[in-house]
Design a protein around this ligand. Structure first.
Ligand code: AMP
Length: 143
């Protein structure tokens, strides 16, 4: 299964935040949308970074509540691992495991077109296994 298939099922909605927004704002958006990471974009929809709940926890652990006044760009990961829509799910799973992160923005021609989380990857794998099991059951029943 490719990323294109996953996005066609879950949609291409991506919650983004500006680099100069505060960490308090980022935390508020994560809670409001019940997600674990925000993609940091410029006005042109280009990916400039990613900020996850872990980055905020780390900043608060280091600086206390005052850290919530820091800008997103001070705390975000600047070097983001992205993928395109043609990539297979297994490859994304490998990237997530190797890099120890749970989110991969999907980029086409330099523009953000979706996001894949580890939850999406696990769901895609389960759907594939279930499909295979169903096919095997049908074959066995037909003898
Ligand atoms: P996560 O597991 O997504 O909550 O992120 C864990 C750490 O990896 C945080 O420091 C994130 O900023 C960073 N991170 C998340 N996704 C990516 C990605 N696609 N590329 C690079 N770093 C990432």
């Amino acid at each position: 299964m490719t990323i294109k298939t996953i996005l066609s099922q879950k949609g291409d909605d991506v919650i983004t935040i500006a680099p100069d927004a505060s960490l308090a704002k980022a935390a508020q958006m994560l809670a409001e949308h019940r997600i674990g990471a925000l993609i940091v974009t410029d006005s042109d929809k280009r990916v400039g970074g990613i900020i996850s709940e872990r980055d905020i926890v780390r900043a608060v652990a280091a600086g206390g509540a005052a850290a919530l006044d820091q800008r997103v760009q001070e705390v975000m990961t600047h070097k983001v691992v992205t993928c395109n829509t043609a990539v297979g799910v297994a490859e994304i799973m490998e990237k997530m495991t190797a890099g120890k992160f749970r989110h991969v923005p999907v980029v086409e021609l330099g523009r953000l077109v979706g996001i894949i989380s580890i939850g999406d990857v696990v769901k895609a794998q389960l759907d594939e296994y279930e499909g295979e099991i169903e096919t095997l059951h049908t074959r066995v029943e037909k003898g």
